[in-house]
Design a protein around this ligand. Structure first.
Ligand SMILES: [Zn+2]
Length: 501
């Protein structure tokens, strides 16, 4: 099975309608569309297609063709290339397609209808205005009403709107040019009304809008004031749209309805509990403390660096021998992972996918089946969905329930407050401190009874190192002196050969 349309790269074909314009009660014209495309009434589908393609090359607006001609031929083609619509057209002309063609009439009346030559359906609307509206996290927590002054052009109603006398409201005038024996008619924008078709007086009006920002509103959320943009003489004014722009907060970071706060705690606090206070977004003070005996551990999960809700295990140079279930011409990991966990492939039992040379194949199976079907394959990378329960366990983060933001759909419910803790370890300890800790803490897990002075025993002290730098160094020397490495963990004394990439 392969992806259908709708996956990135697919496209929406709904723009291509069929059908014809509306006309009065005359006998139906069932030949016009054929004439437009220059084909016979009994021509085949492929002849129609060919004729259209030829005309489209010539008349496409991008190639300097006349848009109206192009629209007309496209409409004709859309009808004649569809067997059902063609039948309807042959029977009843454009009206026949309108009535029997499955609701495409609307689209076409958008293109042709409205009696005014190429206007959109419905009343004409002026341009809308979009304005950013900066809001603080406090604003979003508590809700806020902002009074904003807008300036707009309105039409002086006392003077009224008059049709231009020069052009009769058309906005264009036809000029006749005589060149010897030839008479040419040219359309030009009307000079008297500047092409508007109306004469009227504009005045500058200012108005106060009360913008109501609801509790829990999101960054990027739009608040629309209908018909509050500049007025136009022959339709309704456009809208004023405010787009919320959440300002960064000094203390809190927002993730949906949840809040995150970064804090440092000492090793003592991690082991023996902590108590801290925070200023809430409503101005109240929040005291946060650990329950008795609670030991704080931290994880590396960061919702801001990866949007993944479910973890993925990555296996380099690995393919999976399960059957292909779907494919994609992409190696965009974010997109691929999303497709599996929340997109088109959700619920289809995908256990892993393999990326190689910019292409991806998805495999169906449980995590165990995927792991069992692993095979070595240079250049391929297998991404296996981590076990949901263990992934969730690895993400557990210290949190305070109900201290997040109000939910927009129910402002009496709240998200949670997560503490992104960093444990500050002591730089070093004195002997007395070490002894005191040893007596208080659970016993060490590791020990050695080897004779450090013996011939066959090496002793080493640890230090801090950068594994990335170390790996680079090791890679450059690969091939000449890779035997210097000691066996890791002494796994049966087997030497591991450096894999050449
Ligand atoms: Zn005019």
């Amino acid at each position: 099975m392969f992806f259908g349309g709708g996956f990135p790269g697919g496209f929406d074909e709904s723009d291509f309608g069929g059908g014809g314009g509306r006309r009065g009660g005359k006998a139906p014209d069932t030949t016009k569309f054929y004439k437009v495309l220059g084909v016979e009434k009994n021509s085949t589908d492929s002849e129609i297609k060919k004729a259209y393609r030829k005309l489209a090359m010539k008349h496409h607006p991008d190639k300097g063709g006349d848009p109206d001609t192009f629209k007309e031929m496209t409409a004709a083609f859309n009808v004649l290339s569809d067997p059902d619509k063609r039948k309807a057209y042959d029977r009843g002309g454009e009206e026949g397609v309108d009535n029997g063609g499955g609701g495409d009439g609307d689209l076409i009346s958008q293109m042709f209808g409205g009696g005014g030559g190429g206007r959109r359906r419905g009343p004409k609307k002026g341009d809308s205005v979009t304005r950013p509206l900066p809001v603080t996290l406090e604003n979003l927590y508590n809700g806020v009403t902002k009074k904003l002054k807008i300036q707009r052009q309105t039409i002086d109603r006392e003077q009224g709107v008059k049709k231009c006398e020069t052009c009769g409201g058309q906005g264009v005038v036809v000029r006749t040019i005589r060149m010897g024996p030839m008479i040419q008619q040219m359309q030009q924008p009307c000079g008297a009304c500047g092409g508007q078709g109306f004469s009227y007086t504009l005045k500058r009006t200012s108005e106060i809008l009360e913008v109501n920002v609801q509790k829990g509103s999101k960054d990027g959320q739009k608040i629309t004031f209908h018909n509050k943009a500049d007025e136009i003489p022959d339709g309704e004014a456009g809208d004023v749209v405010f787009v919320l722009k959440e300002k960064e907060h000094d203390v809190f970071k927002r993730h949906g309805a949840d809040l995150y706060v970064k804090k440092k705690i000492s090793l003592l606090e991690a082991l023996c509990g902590f108590k801290m206070e925070l200023k809430k977004l409503d101005g109240r003070t929040l005291v946060i403390k650990t329950p008795p005996g609670f030991v704080t551990t931290i994880n590396k999960f960061d919702p801001f660096s990866s949007e993944e809700e479910q973890g993925w295990e990555e296996y380099a140079d690995t393919d999976c021998d399960l059957d292909d279930m779907a494919q994609a011409d992409s190696a965009d990991l974010d997109m691929l992972k999303k497709a599996v966990t929340k997109g088109q492939l959700k619920g289809k039992g995908i256990g892993c996918f393999v990326v190689q040379d910019g292409r991806t194949t998805f495999k169906q199976g449980s995590r165990e089946e995927c792991i069992a079907a692993k095979s070595k394959s240079s250049g391929a990378t297998m991404y296996c969905l981590a076990d949901a329960a263990s992934a969730a366990a690895g993400r557990l983060t210290v949190a305070v329930e109900g201290e997040g933001l109000p939910l927009i759909r129910d402002p009496y419910q709240f998200g949670n407050l997560f503490l992104q803790l960093e444990i500050e370890f002591p730089e070093s300890l004195t002997e007395e401190q070490t002894a005191a800790l040893a007596s208080a803490l659970p016993a060490a897990l590791n020990s050695s009874s080897a004779d450090e002075g013996a011939e066959d025993v090496d002793t080493a002290e640890v230090s801090l190192m950068d594994p990335v730098a170390s790996h680079k160094e090791g890679t450059f020397q690969a091939g000449s002196a890779h035997d210097e490495d000691d066996d890791e963990g002494g796994a049966g004394g087997q030497r591991v050969q450096c894999a050449q990439q």
